[in-house]
Design a protein around this ligand. Sequence first.
Ligand code: TXA
Ligand code: MG
Length: 522
Amino acid sequence: METKILSTSEYDIALAGEILRNGGLVAFPTETVYGLGADALNDEAVKSIYRAKGRPSDNPLIVHIAEKKDIIPLVKEVTPTAQALMDNFFPAPLTIILPKSDKIGNTVSGGLDTVAIRMPQSKTARALIRAAGKPIAAPSANTSGLPSPTRARHVIDDMNGKIDAILCGEDCEFGVESTVITLATDTPTILRPGAITKEMLERVIGPVAVAPAVLEGMKNNEVAASPGMKYKHYAPKARVMLVNASKEKYESFVNAKKDAFALCFENDDINIPKVTFGKENDDISQAKELFDALRQLDEMGAKKVYARIPHKDGVGMAVYNRLIRAAAFCIIDLEKPFTIGLTGQTGAGKGYVGKYLKELGFHILDTDLYARRVTEKNSPYLSILAKEFGNDIIENGILNRQLLADRAFASKENTELLNSITHPAIIELCKKDAEFPSVFDAPLLFECRGNEQCYKTIAVIAPAEIRKKRIMERDGITAGQAEARMNAQKSEEFYKENSDFTVINDGRDIKNQIRNILEEIL
Ligand code: TXA
Ligand code: MG
């Protein structure tokens, strides 16, 4: 099919309106992203949108109107809340979901009994809807799964030859799609954040909820409040990873990478290939640039991209929401020095799990070894211990371990005092050595509050009988001794409650359990 490349002149808009009236497909600019329009009341035309985009048929489309009153025939009822939103915002980058009327076919609504309505702020978009004389169904005008188009060139790249016409206008003002809010639930709920923020909405209609899937991945068995949540989105060909870090930490982390690209803010000091998306602390500029930046990365042939994480407030929520999806929820948290905190019951098989993680390329920080380093000859921590437990515990720079143990374990207070010195010291030493991705391997992970320094925690647990047998074999001790040791430990419930994930070592495939966990967190 030959695609007509049109301007936004009155003449071309009239021509495009006629194409839409006749059941054709026209891409057009809006203030958010370019849309791919068809007559919303013509089922065949709407079906061809899904075909051109390669979009799953259960993902409903937004119906665009040119006047507020045009909503009336499309919904069951304009509720007072809907009316308040329309009066205060329309025309705006805001989409309202309400129970649909009989006029809305199942193709537009993806089989749901609700419909999404939006009156765009863009004058060109509204002139086109008026020229067509119909409500216009329009998703973003990109190939399904790719970043939404914010420049006419993006639409030409994705849709040339597949649709009837493209209205080429200016770059989109906001650059992220409209805020989607459903009024079909008890509390109005944001399903997709955009330029109309939660705070702006709450000022008009009171409390507004944010669907959990907006900022986190969907859980495996969760039903999507909005079908669009469950599909892969905005994804460039490159593998994108979000890096949560201050400007300085991000710069030094990224500048040490080879064969990678940075997706950063304008003022970041980066010396590997980079693409920027707006300014730090300016979410509006980030929103405007993001999708174009993702497309540029593909054009530059990026394979691996480390992206600076934006804040999540105001319009930042929309930027963050798009970027974590582009990154398939992969976050490297440099503010948390350790990727995984590993702990578990004695005899449960923590060592085996650690070994497997090492094989997979994790850098293992064994706290038992670091505990020795804290008290080795000439360690700077010795003088701190001497101050609390007596100068005679050190002789010629060497710690008298027995003497320290006698004093430290004499009372509960003294033991706590010892821990309050050694635990932070161990964490400090490990932090200095940590390389990404790292495992902080600690039997007392929670007791030493090391978990607070870990992105995610894994506890290894196993049935008591299995652990007893292992401990007896490993340490050559009797059943009674093994039991005594096990009784001094925290319960299985403790580990389950405190850790993000548990690996159960009872004959089930451990490697498989670990791979599943890693898939979820990385
Ligand atoms: O800014 C925008 O909204 C752009 C421009 C072109 O107007 N359009 C847009 O459409 O982003 P699209 O199809 O790419 O995204 C629509 C989103 C999808 O995530 C879809 O699942 C959701 O809105 N949606 C549409 N109707 C819905 C409904 N009845 N219930 C729940 N979610 C709905
Ligand atoms: Mg889209």
